[in-house]
Write a protein that binds this ligand. Structure first.
Ligand code: SF4
Length: 316
């Protein structure tokens, strides 16, 4: 990677760091289009909220929701509705490590078999090995973000509590090699490190090591998860606040089937429906969503959105 490319990559780690990959570029293009979508372009599914790590920058350790795995039948209904409505992206991660769901490869295969265009997930790669790794390579998964922060065992183990730097790095390298050996184009692999006080000094080395191995290297800005976690690098936003574009773009499904407005909603403050009684489309056009959108238009942000800084990452 050239010096210029590394500088550009690091620059992106600022407030404007959302132009990071095709998925996000597509989200921005969708966000610029102010017309209401008939169906959410992006559906995020928490197939599990179990996790095997306690990462320093993640709000999950303070989660109060019950912990569990999504029922496969419920997932099938979601995937069916998504494909019927030509969803742009079906993302399979939220407040848990997706590779812990025992049926994850089956879920990806099902979503692709019924015709979902872009199936995506984000993983900490601790379980990206052996049979599961091979099954994921076979599953037709479109893209994955591998969250691997920093370039040294010291930084990594401080941030990703419970994971071993060398082991996970080995998993990632093996997965990339297996993908090459099997001549697979997909999944497209993005290696991601968060830009934060602890990682800043290692980011150039990080970019140098992973570029050429992964399809893409991305330095992500620090996400406060709507004000729940902080780091000196999480600067305030300077824009005049506008209604959050995500309300016109995303729906988020918890493993239970409850549906919330945002991927930063740890404990269900923004729940607007339940797939055990409704469809995604009903919820998208329902009173709950309409009411929150109207409140945002009136500059009334509510308990979940008031402390949020990340709204400014998305542009109308
Ligand atoms: S304002 Fe923040 S918490 Fe609210 S929907 Fe937007 S990104 Fe989510």
């Amino acid at each position: 990677m050239s010096k210029g490319a590394i500088k550009r990559s690091l620059y992106r780690a600022g407030e404007y760091a959302f132009h990071h990959n095709r998925l996000m570029r597509r989200l921005i293009i969708l966000g610029r289009n102010k017309r209401s979508h008939r169906f959410p372009p992006v559906v995020i599914v928490e197939e599990t909220n179990r996790c095997n790590l306690r990462c320093q920058m993640c709000p999950r350790p303070s989660m109060n929701r019950a912990v569990g795995d999504m029922d496969f039948g419920l997932f099938q209904r979601i995937a069916d509705e998504c494909t019927h409505n030509k969803v742009e992206v079906l993302a399979l991660h939220l407040f848990g490590e997706p590779l812990l769901h025992p049926k994850l490869p089956e879920m990806v295969r099902y979503a692709k078999a019924v015709g979902v265009g872009n199936v995506h997930l984000s993983t900490n790669a601790t379980e990206l090995k052996g049979k599961l790794a091979e099954e994921l390579l076979d599953s037709e998964l479109d893209s994955m973000i591998i969250s691997f922060d920093g370039a040294s065992p010291q930084t990594y183990s401080k941030l990703r509590r419970g994971a071993n730097f060398e082991e996970v790095k080995g998993n990632i390298i093996n997965f990339i090699e297996r993908k090459k050996e099997r001549r697979k184009v997909l999944p497209r692999i993005t290696l991601q490190s968060i830009c934060m006080e602890e990682t800043e000094a290692e980011l150039e080395e990080y970019c140098r090591f992973w570029s050429g191995k992964a399809d893409e290297v991305y330095i992500a800005p620090f996400d406060t998860f709507a004000g729940m976690v902080h780091n000196p690098t999480s600067h305030p936003t300077f824009f005049r606040r506008y209604p959050c574009p995500l309300l016109w773009r995303n729906l988020v499904v918890y493993w239970t089937g409850e549906v919330t407005i945002c991927c930063r909603d740890l404990d269900g403050k923004g729940v607007v429906g339940d797939l055990r009684r409704q469809g995604l489309s009903d919820i998208w056009h329902g009173e709950g969503m309409a009411s929150i959108r109207n409140l945002h238009k009136e500059r009334i942000w509510g308990e979940l959105c008031r402390p949020c800084r990340e709204w400014s990452w998305y542009i109308f």
